[in-house]
Design a protein around this ligand. Structure first.
Ligand code: ATP
Length: 236
């Protein structure tokens, strides 16, 4: 579904991604883990069209994404749930969800999707008229995911959904993401610093360090890798 090949991105003289390649198959759950500043957010911003690359290619469902502006990429079915949630604080919960539904696929299935969002996150139904800026961090994260779902995506990209959340709230968010993948069959690309929890969810994972993929493989392979165990899981 998504194929990233040899991607390189720089901010001025600073190289943020070097020769990054990864693949996401339809229906898969793929996780990218790595420390602060590894380039995880840059990878997502390049896929969704916010940051232009210096080299490499990105194909999505047979389309050359780099030839399309960011707005087209949303219409093609890419939903980017950004780091730090970025909800529209002065709009209500319901208005935030409606804002996500601007692509044709989102508008067509809006009523059904809203029902699904409320089943996943009942608090968003209870708080539908509340201003998003007054929600707790966990609630804002639920809203950011809901806004992404409202676009009717084929690929849901989640940038550090657990950031700044208490462990119990982060676990709940991970559970919901897993549920969306399992029950709705949605293809998911997740980047996370909570390595153990994030890898547990995925079919396949990639380890990104200082802009390079240093390791990739299925869940079991990564969990058994000495380097992953030592550097990210604190084992061995
Ligand atoms: P974190 O988990 O801390 O958000 P990350 O893995 O998502 O980190 P990025 O945010 O992609 O990493 O940053 C990768 C590198 O690019 C970092 O060195 C960062 O300082 C730099 N960088 C990111 N955005 C910009 C920008 N707009 N201008 C200049 N440098 C940037």
């Amino acid at each position: 579904m998504l194929e990233v090949t040899g991607l390189s991105v720089a901010y001025g003289g600073l190289r943020a991604l070097s020769d990054v390649s990864l693949a996401v198959g339809e229906g898969q759950f793929i996780t990218v883990v790595g420390p602060n500043g590894a380039g995880k957010s840059t990878l997502f911003k390049t896929i969704s069209g916010i940051v232009p690359p210096q080299g490499g290619g990105i194909r999505f469902c047979g389309e050359d994404l780099l030839a399309r502006p960011a707005s087209d990429r949303a219409h093609l079915g890419i939903a980017h749930v950004p780091e730090g949630r970025q909800v529209f604080k002065s709009l209500t919960v319901r208005e935030n969800i409606e804002m996500g539904a601007f692509p044709e696929a989102g508008r067509r299935h809006y009523a059904r999707t809203l029902e699904r969002i409320h089943a996943l996150f009942p608090i968003l139904e209870q708080r539908h008229a509340q201003l998003a800026g007054t929600l707790s961090g966990g609630e804002q994260q639920m809203l950011a995911i809901a806004r992404g779902l409202a676009s009717g995506p084929r690929l849901l990209m989640l940038d550090e959904p657990s950031m700044g959340l208490a462990p119990a709230v982060a676990d709940m968010i991970f559970d919901r993401i897993s549920q969306i993948h399992r029950e709705d069959g949605l293809t998911i690309l997740l980047v996370e610093q909570r390595v153990a929890e994030a890898l547990e969810l995925c079919d396949r994972g990639y380890v990104l360090e200082t802009g390079r993929i240093v390791l990739d493989g299925p869940y079991q392979t990564l969990m058994n890798d000495d380097r992953v165990r030592r550097s990210y899981l604190g084992i061995g």
